[in-house]
Design a protein around this ligand. Structure first.
Ligand code: IPT
Length: 957
């Protein structure tokens, strides 16, 4: 029998704290696995079922993370890992019976609450089936009053990995079955509270409160802190209340007292409203600076300990993130509590995604199949009812990537009927027929610019078009944070800031879903799709976050903090313009510090008094006299006091003015001397046959540089590789990815032919032609060496030859160093920076250890470049090595060649690098973009083959 909704669960209701008895059943349970539904023993009707001989498993858990051999972690993005023939699923369908004994003294009534059963549960109490669950991330409560008895009770939950509803749960994540959220037994007193509905509004500066109570006896409602008491159902004004805002999350304790039970809730006063094309909270427009958040833990799967969640939310706050889309299902119930407390705007999404039907041209999509309507409604109801009392929740989302169809309209109707106070979101239908906001994902900035101006291409239906054109706009996903990238955050932010139609944007995604594994010799790595031998999978597309699975920030998180900053500054010669980019509050919680590094090497600093600046307003303040003048001026805005998410002094914004002085080229005083095939020029020895360099030094020893060698390629990033998984609507996927285009042009494999070597009065000039096999395109590299005896000057010119059919990844000179250097540099830092990334990098003096110079992405790829550098010392443990100065250049140090990085699936596959390392000095680089899912490198950052020049100088140090 097909079961789309589950059976016999109680009506969905809100979650609240209660003084009625509860018993958590979380802990160690017994478990018994069967290879399939058909083979699972027919013994659950036995109230004395002997479970002592079963295995043991923690609850909550995702069972493939706990026990091997009963179905593996299995990653697919959109593909169903089984034949598409709804509602059927394969016979090979592992079943896990989870069982626990518990002691209970029944009162008036007893309810069993299961907060997350993936994928389908059959719930049996003392041998009696009490119901079934469908909807993995949804709460199910069962009245078990008739089945429980005084003393010891037996609960068994039979869980199947696949069910008819797996067709509705095709989110881009690991398929991980289990009893993965809390299980609780609840006493329900006769005169207790079944449900609560809070309306805590804020309009025109006036707070009002109304609480509906579903109880058999009259209940009193109070907010002790505000000294108010009211009857259930009564609406009152609440003088003296402060509003709840993500920027200032003011909560009040609400107490609801019925004769048999007292309930408590944290409430906040706020009203969400759409006014024309503006999205308003408490009468003011809001810009959501958001991330998409999945729930994943590298050791536990879908179970994320509360401490981890608290840590990650604080990390978000510390990076200026103010909104979360709970992609693509309702989160653990504690999330909304924490968002209320810390201050986030939440879009809570329903547990729905039917994306896999895209592979069969959406034939049979449940979204338009009446047989599934009840399931769609049930899912929406459970989503809305659980979290509707939270001030942080400002929108409901019907689900993700589920095509179009009548069941979505039914869901929207269900949501609006249950909660008319919140707008609806759904991206999958571009007509926005069932929603209140127009939402898109991965739209190109050019299209976003049109939408910002209300000039997007029209829909065929003029009525729908007019309606949609009048709506606020959201980018529910953008800036795909996979591997090295995303590039282009600044361009998106400029558009988001450009129009009050823009309600905000959510980076895809917060977290990488790596699973911690070890090589046979014990080295840790992040496993991704395919690492568990899954027959169909989508590789490392599961690892595309701002933080790794341990919540360690990737470099892109600092970039995001920069564009999301609550304050923006523009520093002029004598004054600074300070823009308050917050929506509701002033800047009195912040203070500012300045520091001027003069060209002469002095550092002066002081405080900058911040004026009162109203939200979305700006002010100009004069710079203190001592902060004026040449050099690099940095202003940092930091928190004035400690908060729930950061200590005092935490930086939220910064700005700089000025530039670093470019060191002078060495005087050309040395004259070249020919010594056999070598040309000596000052301390340099140039091989006249190969063009390779050595720096001689009698004290420190000679340094063989194994270069310069022109490199035009890099180990493809995930963005260079492009999407390649499925056609993206609105994007032309006929094009080759950068990686494919580079391969086709033989960019990775260049050979060198020295064309000329000329030794003049005070210079040596070497011209080489560097080119791939097969084709007639290449590059001519002209290097003019000069020396003052010590320092070797290099004037470099790289000129394309022939008609290259692709971009260049870089125009770099590669050298081989016989050690793994630490770096000390003047330039942008401290983190990595490519032409369209590194927004957090600022001018300064920075140091990094060999490890800090690398970013070990889940799949090895180009990483670690530092740009805007005018001077760097690369030294071994004794402090000896190579110094480079010059016009701003980028440097990258890697233990591995680009080819080695490109060939490895995991960092642990890389060969032992030995002692040495590869240094690349780039005169130009191609941007990063976000083509792993979305637009490629934007025009200004593309490195189309062109003449590139630069001047550097090398010194043995
Ligand atoms: C989009 C999905 O909504 C999201 O779940 C994730 O898969 C993301 O892509 C890529 O990581 S869908 C895509 C076809 C635009």
């Amino acid at each position: 029998m097909t079961d789309f909704t589950g059976s016999d669960a109680l009506a969905a209701r809100a979650r609240f704290a209660t003084d009625a008895r509860t018993l958590s059943l979380d802990g160690e349970w017994a478990v018994r696995f069967s290879p399939s539904w058909a083979e699972a023993p027919d013994d659950l009707g036995d109230p004395e079922l002997a479970i002592d001989g079963w295995g043991r498993i923690p609850v909550p858990s995702s069972w493939p993370m706990q026990a091997e051999g009963h179905g593996r972690p299995w990653y697919t993005n959109t593909k169903f890992p089984f034949p598409v023939e709804p509602p059927f699923v394969p016979d090979e369908n592992p079943v896990a019976d989870h069982a626990v004994r518990f002691d209970w003294e029944p009162g008036d009534a007893t309810v069993l609450r299961l907060e997350g059963v993936d994928a389908a549960g059959t719930v049996v109490v003392n041998g009696v089936e009490v119901g079934t669950t469908r909807g993995s991330r949804l709460v199910h409560e069962f009245d078990v009053s008739r089945e429980v008895r005084s003393g010891s009770n037996l609960l068994v939950v039979r869980i199947a990995r696949w069910a008819e509803t797996s067709y509705l749960e095709d989110q881009d994540m690991w398929w991980l079955p289990g009893l993965f959220r809390p299980v609780t037994v609840l006493d329900r007193p006769a005169d207790g509270i079944r449900d609560l509905r809070v309306e805590a509004d804020w309009r025109d500066g006036v707070a009002t409160l109304r609480v509906e109570v579903d109880a058999d006896a009259p209940a009193r409602v109070s907010v002790p802190e505000l000294g108010i008491e009211l009857a259930a159902g009564q609406r009152v004004e609440v003088p003296g209340a402060e509003p709840w805002l993500a920027e200032a999350p003011r909560l009040y304790d609400l107490v609801v007292a019925a004769p048999g039970e007292t309930a408590r809730l944290r409430i906040g006063f706020r009203t969400v409203r759409i006014d024309g094309h503006r999205f308003l909270v408490n009468d003011r427009p809001v810009l959501l600076r958001g991330v998409n958040r999945h729930e994943h833990h590298p050791d536990l799967g879908r179970v994320v300990p509360r401490a981890t969640v608290e840590h990650e939310l604080r990390l978000m706050k510390r990076h200026n993130i103010n909104a979360i889309r709970t992609s693509h299902y309702p989160p653990h119930p504690d999330l909304a509590d924490l968002a209320d407390e810390l201050g986030f705007w939440l879009i809570v999404e329903c547990d729905l995604e039917t994306h896999g039907f895209i592979h069969v041209d959406w034939r049979g999509n449940p979204s338009d199949d009446p047989a599934y309507e009840a399931a769609y409604r049930d899912r929406m109801a459970r989503t809305v009812e659980r979290d509707r009392n939270h001030p942080s929740v400002i929108m409901w989302s019907l689900g993700n990537e589920s095509g179009v169809g009548r069941n979505l309209a039914a869901m929207a109707e269900e949501a609006r009927r249950r909660d008319p106070s919140r707008p609806l979101h759904y991206e999958g239908d571009w007509t926005a027929a069932d929603t209140d906001v127009y939402s898109r994902m991965y739209a190109h900035p050019e299209e976003v610019a049109l939408i910002a101006r209300g000039e997007e291409p029209p829909l065929d239906d003029p009525v729908l078009d007019a309606r949609r054109r009048g709506m606020p706009f959201l980018l529910c996903e953008y800036a795909h944070a996979m591997g090295n990238g995303p590039g282009g955050l600044a361009e998106y932010q400029e558009l988001l800031d450009s129009s009050d139609r823009m309600a905000g944007a959510f980076v895809w995604e917060w977290l990488e879903h790596g699973i911690r594994r070890r090589t046979p010799d014990g080295r840790e790595y992040w496993a991704y799709g395919g690492d568990f031998g899954e027959p169909v999978h989508d590789g490392n597309f599961v690892a595309d976050g701002l933080v790794d699975a341990d919540r360690n920030p990737r470099p892109q998180l600092a970039d995001l903090a920069t564009v999301f900053a609550p304050v923006r500054m523009r520093i002029g010669a004598d004054e600074v313009e300070i823009a308050n980019r917050q929506d509701h509050i002033g800047v009195s919680w912040l203070r500012a510090e300045w520091e001027l590094s003069t060209a002469a090497g002095a550092v002066v600093s002081g405080e900058l008094a911040l004026p009162e600046v109203a939200p979305r307003e700006s002010a100009v303040v004069p710079l203190p006299d001592r902060a004026r003048g040449d050099g690099v001026l940095t202003i940092r805005v930091v928190t004035a006091g400690e908060s729930t998410w950061a200590p005092a002094g935490h930086e939220v914004a910064w700005a700089q003015r000025g530039a670093l002085a470019v060191p002078a080229a060495p005087a050309a005083t040395g004259a070249p001397r020919r010594e056999g095939r070598t040309i000596a020029l000052g301390s340099a020895r140039i091989d006249a046959v190969t063009g390779l360099l050595r720096l001689d030094d009698p004290d420190r020893g000679d340094l063989d540089l194994g270069g310069p060698e022109l490199v035009l390629w890099r180990a493809p990033t995930d963005n260079d590789r492009g999407h390649g998984l499925l056609p993206l609507r609105g994007h032309d996927r006929e094009e080759l990815s950068e990686e494919q285009a580079w391969e086709a042009a033989e960019l990775p494999r260049l050979t060198t032919r020295v064309e000329s070597v000329e030794a003049g009065g005070t210079f040596v000039e070497i011209v080489t032609r560097v080119a791939p096999a097969i084709f007639d395109w290449g590059a001519r590299v002209r290097i003019r060496y000069t020396s003052d005896g010590d320092v070797l000057g290099m004037g470099v010119r790289v000129e394309p030859v022939g008609a290259w059919p692709c971009t260049w990844a870089r125009a770099g000179l590669r050298f081989r160093l016989p050690f793994a250097p630490s770096a000390h540099w003047l330039g942008l830092g401290p983190g990595q920076a490519y032409p369209d990334t590194g927004l957090a990098a600022r001018l300064g003096e920075w140091s990094a250890s060999p490890d800090e110079l690398r970013t070990d992405y889940v799949r090895p790829q180009e990483n670690g470049s530092r740009r805007g550098v005018v001077s760097v010392d690369l030294t071994d443990a004794r402090g000896s090595g190579l110094g480079i100065t010059g016009e701003p250049f980028a440097f990258t140090v890697s233990p591995w060649t680009a080819a080695q990085l490109a060939a490895a699936a995991h960092p642990t596959d890389l060969p032992d690098p030995g002692e040495g390392s590869w240094l690349t000095i780039d005169l130009a680089q191609h941007g990063i973009g976000t083509a792993s899912c979305g637009p490629g490198v934007l025009e200004p950052y593309r490195l189309t083959p062109r003449t590139v020049e630069g001047r550097i100088a090398l010194t043995r140090i």
